[in-house]
Write a protein that binds this ligand. Sequence first.
Ligand SMILES: [Zn+2]
Length: 302
Amino acid sequence: MMACAAGKGLTHGSQQAQTADMDSFLIDHEPGIRMGVFFGLLGLMAIAEAIFPARARLLSRKERWPSAVALILLNALILRGVFPALAVGFAAISQDLGWGVIPALGLGFWPATLLAFVLMDLAIWAQHVAMHHVPLLWRFHRMHHSDVDLDAVSGARFHPGEIVMSMAYKILVVVLVGPSVAAVIIFEVVLSGAAVFNHANIRLPRRVDRVLRWCVVTPDFHRVHHSIIPGETNSNYGFFIPWWDRVFGLYRAQPSKGHRGMTLGLDHDRDGRAARLDQLLMQPVRSRAQTPPQASEESGAG
Ligand SMILES: [Zn+2]
């Protein structure tokens, strides 16, 4: 009995040591890992988009990219200015205080990390559904949907208001779920890389896409979500794990007009002027921003 207890103590101790080792490795290399994955994938996808484009562009890169890059930089600055600590910082505080569901389960490092990842992905998926159905949230999220072209840069083109709300929500999720610092860093790195990949304007062979979309959200999977047709906009909410849309009946395999024939974006804010930074930032306060797309409009749009 005592030997068993001692064994358990040792196992628990080694699990804590493994978590601490992984935490300190990831914290030490965090900026390099984040930047490396994000910009590495961005470069890779930009090359792939030039070789295997899924669709022709409506606006030039010159019209879309300067405002998108400015938003990415602005969002990074705003997050650091608004929050005393980000999700990773709150994970460290939660870990010290033993908050959240996962520490109470006494799992090893990898099962705990996997469970944390799945729960956080589900929480982000649910937030995305809410963004489409709550008028106030749609005011901010619609800027991401107003992109009339999709490419790797679209994956980080969000309104600062949405970025701040998302971080506040993610901190709440972290406190409730109780992931380790390592789990949060892994989740955030994977999610930002996934967003670059699943917004990319690339054409994967249909057979590759069919297999891959059981494991991760692919560009064809996510492109349906950016259709101008409301019933398609309000489907395929997943960012990385593709199962939630299937489980909750919100999955559409392909756009009704095909990937080349479909129209991306919304039925307004479609010209080059609307893609300017000042216009993008003003979108939430403009009057027509208030209504999320309704399935009943489906026949009339697109
Ligand atoms: Zn959306």
